[in-house]
Design a protein around this ligand. Structure first.
Ligand SMILES: N[C@@H](CCC(=O)N[C@@H](CS)C(=O)NCC(=O)O)C(=O)O
Length: 96
């Protein structure tokens, strides 16, 4: 199910964690991913710039769809995989 997804991420990045936690919570395992080094400037590599011209991580593709903003990406995953539970969304809804 998640094989069409590709996530470029960097260590120590809360926006990357947000996306990875969402993928884990939705049990979307098996997605392709690559860890890049901020220290080596890999977030400015051509591979990243082709997906996210801001040169920021996370950079994400699902098939031919590109979604870079981490909060928008979490919303995309929530809408596309609504049937799969996401505890923090449930928690937020319970507080409304
Ligand atoms: N609004 C973006 C922020 C992404 C972001 O700021 N990523 C940082 C790492 S935490 C980054 O790539 N910084 C490198 C840079 O801006 O050159 C999101 O939520 O996806």
């Amino acid at each position: 199910m998640a094989k069409s997804m590709y996530l470029l991420w960097g260590s120590g990045s809360p926006p990357c964690w947000r996306v990875m936690i969402t993928l884990e919570e939705k049990k979307l395992q098996g997605y392709k991913h690559k860890q890049l080094s901020f220290e080596k400037g890999e977030h400015k590599s051509q591979e990243v710039m082709d997906i996210n011209p801001r040169g920021q991580l996370p950079a994400f593709k699902d098939g031919d769809k590109i979604i870079n903003e981490s909060t928008g990406l979490c919303l995309y995953l929530e809408v596309k995989y609504r049937a799969l539970s996401l505890s923090y969304i449930k928690c937020l809804k319970s507080k409304l």
